[in-house]
Ligand binder design. Sequence first.
Ligand SMILES: Cc1cc2nc3c(=O)[nH]c(=O)nc-3n(C[C@H](O)[C@H](O)[C@H](O)COP(=O)(O)O)c2cc1C
Length: 402
Amino acid sequence: MEHGEKVKMADSQGTPTLFSPYKMGKFNLSHRVVLAPMTRCRALNGIPRPALAEYYTQRSTPGGFLITEGTLISDTGAGFPHVPGIYNEEQVEAWKMIVDAVHAKGGIIFCQLWHVGRASHTVYQPGGVAPISSTNKPISKRWRILMPDGSYGIYPKPRPLETSEIQEVVEHYHKAALNAIRAGFDGIEIHGAHGYLIDQFLKDGINDRTDEYGGSLANRCKFLMQIVQAVASAIGIDRVAIRMSPAIDHLDATDSNPLNLGLAVIERLNKLQLQLGSKLAYLHVTQPRYHAYGQTESGKHGNEDEEAYLLKELKRTYQGTFMCSGGFNRELGMQAVAEGDADLVSYGRLFISNPDLVLRLKVNAPLNRYIRKTFYTHDPVVGYTDYPFLNEEKGRQVQSRL
Ligand SMILES: Cc1cc2nc3c(=O)[nH]c(=O)nc-3n(C[C@H](O)[C@H](O)[C@H](O)COP(=O)(O)O)c2cc1C
């Protein structure tokens, strides 16, 4: 079967729904409701704990697809407290238990590889040094960083990477991808979105470099593409996914032409796929159509029409599986899949508060409301694994309708 071919249409008109199966390269997904990557700050001191196994298995379904929270590629990558890493043996060992638990429930799970770049603070850096970036411009005071004690701080001035240092960071992604496969993950997603390190190279509102990694679109895409190539050659392109958010200005990540930037990345991904004779697992694009993201308000948003146009163009141009994210509810997700605007839809906040979101969307059940103040707290249960399942509220009759 061809990559991306729809396996079976679920409704009587032959239109795919969120609950139609989907063949994502080598992975057979039983539905299109994906757990979006979400930082939850429960991996005390960077080590994934048993609480994470509980959290991810609660959200696993047979043939369902999950993406982990952003997981650090190196000890300079953190910008939140208690974020898990995948750069040392203790972390790799700890992840195994979580991945095994998800697999035991039939889930398919990718690890999101993350480096925050300048979205960090000296308190998170080994030796208390300045965080690295493409630039020496700090994130503006419009944004605040969550500090280890729960207070909010000002982002410090970063240190721009020397040209000669960039290859070492690429190598960290490469090693982290190999580690993820050793831990049993089905693949990895490269976090190229939301104003973090890779986005700090992609966007011309941040990247002010005068070397081969700055200036033209080709130069700004270079860091991402070197990472994609390194990782694809290590674990196989069909286990690699990319996340980007050309139109999101989170952490001052603005670009003068988001559509052109998105298309430039896609052109390179399409070309690489042709060269390697195989496709990436998927391309994941976040839309700015959501408010009060994280602890701050995202600033300007394009209007709905502009956003819809951008997304449709990116989807139309990318030759592979396309996942969208950002402000999707049941109706919008159904619409995106039915109209061919996305193959898969990832859900973030609604999945935080509804461990059985797949079931709830399927039977159109009411949803639990999420509690924002426990998004980034550290209790292994409260606000993490204690959101109720439908069968806890209503008895077993709804579950049996599946
Ligand atoms: C608490 C929280 C943590 C998040 N952490 C990450 C992350 O680690 N990596 C990432 O790519 N996106 C992250 N996101 C963004 C989500 O993946 C998602 O794109 C966003 O919440 C929009 O989807 P939604 O409207 O369904 O929540 C986070 C969002 C939330 C609410």
